[in-house]
Design a protein around this ligand. Sequence first.
Ligand SMILES: Cc1ncc(COP(=O)(O)O)c(C=O)c1O
Length: 358
Amino acid sequence: MDIKITKVAPEKMKPKPTDESKLGFGQIFTDHFFIVEYETGKGWYNASIEPYRPLILDPAVMCLHYGQLIFEGMKAYRGKDGSVYLFRPGENIKRMNESAVRLCMQPVDEDLFMDALVKLVTVEKEWIPRGIGTSLYIRPTMIATETALGVHPSNKYLFYIIAGPVGAYYPEGFSPTKIYVSEEYVRAVRGGVGYCKAAGNYAASLYASQKASDLGYTQVLWLDAIEMKYVEEVGTSNIFFLIGDELITPPLTGSILPGVTRDSIIRLAKDWKINISERQLSMDEILDAYTDGTLKDCFASGTAAIVSPVGQIYYKGREYVINDGKTGELTERLYNEILQIQYGEKEDPFGWRVKISD
Ligand SMILES: Cc1ncc(COP(=O)(O)O)c(C=O)c1O
């Protein structure tokens, strides 16, 4: 399908931020967005890149009532020589379509999705910040737009992609986080939609996150919803523990988001001959490892920060400090490796980088 491109008139372009240290996250959006419509019987139609604008929605559209709303999160990176890269975009496309299937929404043709990403990032190239760690955050989103009440899969959808420059996650170096193990609230349960990037998962996480934040913690460590025993994810990231010489991350059993960064870490760890396991890990095992001194490192993984060191865990009324509250060696090594691959500063043995422009 052709994508019609309508550019904003130069005099209507938004001013681009000049201070990259003040970009933050999710506050600034570029001049254009991609949008395509779907209707049962007609398929996807009217693909365009056009000036960024509000969506006009009937108050009865189904996404506003029954929550058929999914999204993705990915970034475009600018290398030192000005080249622009995406990192494993095919994985985000695949995950978005898996979310679509689970929520009875319409998968998007993979070639159209990729074409839309490349064209939008190319149109917005000047918005991509230059500093290492900064990037253009990309947010593909799909919403149900049939105007109807009554619970059923919508017959109409909008798929759109917005983007905006974001700052470096660690402008002053790593800052290990304090995490709070939630014993009362869960994020997702096996058989549910935890493995999808469905908006409802994030709404469900807010209450516990807010409580943890009120107590001075950065994130919630979610346990499995059935036995409340095994670790699952942390905040909106996947989680890894280094116990002895075994790097452990929970398996993908349906309640955990299959992170692109998680998968990249597993592939790198295998390549580096690290003993990596995707297996259930209970809080009891973590506490035993803490007691006998074999709990060496812990970090969260995700597109936002790549890896985020965990310095402290709160569980059942006690604080457990990991690696003296400092960033572990493995966390740092993984961070540097992935960062350098993303920014074109290192060889890319796995073919993860997709170059969009010179
Ligand atoms: C719930 C959840 N888990 C894990 C991740 C990490 O996924 P990725 O590495 O693809 O960013 C995210 C972020 O997208 C998330 O929202």
